[in-house]
Design a protein around this ligand. Structure first.
Ligand code: PAF
Length: 280
């Protein structure tokens, strides 16, 4: 696997692939890789001739006081995992390479960018949209792969791709979970054994809501009440949001139907976790 640290070298490498009409799949990450990330790589590998990945802990998507400094960095281990999955090229720039002195342009996705995590973490989705736009301009992939766990992020990126006419197909991939239901996240590494146990409440709450839907409940407010009740069974967990929204716009819906996203964010100790399900 080739590791490239500069924009110019990555652009030139990817340009060459394009000239050879190679179908290029791209998996952008912030590293600290787990099976969720690897599932994106495997999907890209199955659908594209060549897979590129990136590892960049993007400072722009962290607000002051968030976990930028302690975000897990496991570069050597990540490289081994990506190489073993057959990734051809890894783009791993320093912050100064992506945001050199004098860079002032950012991408703000109005409306949707301020919903769900965008409401709880102001500026977060502008940071995400900016770096993803820049990475798309560097790599110019045919397809880019994102995890459905970050459903709001995917909706914001879809909107950006539509609005700015990026010539890329976005592929959303299913959430990967541990055997007990906890959605995989790089931030799970922050959890103590007790917190990891407490964190299962996110999945339990979603499962309760799924069950209610299976039994015929369609009213969003009733479902949210049912999901919130599950949180009363644990201590040490603070719900940030539990929302029933349209998956495309992230606007609340009064009743659920196909295309509805049920999404949760909660603080388990000092760790903010998210989880969701999408109605087929
Ligand atoms: O989902 C992530 O890991 C990040 O938000 C992304 C898309 C790589 C942008 O920094």
């Amino acid at each position: 696997m080739r590791i490239i640290n500069t924009v110019a070298a990555m652009q030139s490498f990817c340009r060459e692939l394009r000239m050879r009409e190679v179908g290029l799949g791209f998996v952008p990450t912030m590293g600290a890789l787990h099976e969720g990330h690897l599932s994106l790589v495997r999907r890209a590998k199955a659908e594209c001739d060549v897979v590129a990945a990136s590892i960049f802990v993007n400072p722009l998507q962290f607000a002051p006081g968030e976990d930028l400094a302690r975000y897990p960095r496991t570069f050597e281990e990540d490289c081994k995992l990506l190489e073993a999955e057959g990734v051809k090229v890894l783009f791993a720039p320093e912050a100064a390479e992506m945001y050199p002195d004098g860079a002032v342009t950012t991408v703000t996705v109005a409306g949707i960018g301020g919903r769900l995590d965008g409401a709880s973490r102001p500026g977060h989705f502008a940071g995400v949209a900016t770096i993803v736009a820049k990475l798309f301009n560097v790599v110019r992939p045919d397809r880019a792969y994102f995890g459905q766990k970050d459903a709001a992020q995917l909706a914001v990126i879809r909107q950006m791709v539509r609005d700015l006419n990026f010539d890329v197909e976005l592929v959303g991939c299913p959430i990967v979970r541990d055997a007990d239901g906890l959605a995989l996240s790089s931030r799970n590494r922050y959890l103590s054994a007790t917190e990891r146990q407490q964190a299962l409440v996110l999945h339990a709450s979603l499962s309760r809501m799924k069950q209610m839907i299976a039994e015929g409940e369609r009213d969003s407010a009733t479902l949210i009440r049912g999901g919130m009740e599950v949180f009363q069974t644990v201590t040490g967990v603070r719900v940030d949001y539990l929302s029933v929204v349209d998956a495309r716009t992230l606007l609340p819906v009064a009743s659920v139907h196909s295309g509805t996203l049920v999404a949760i964010a909660a603080h388990v100790g000092n760790t903010r976790l998210i989880d969701n399900f999408l109605m087929a």
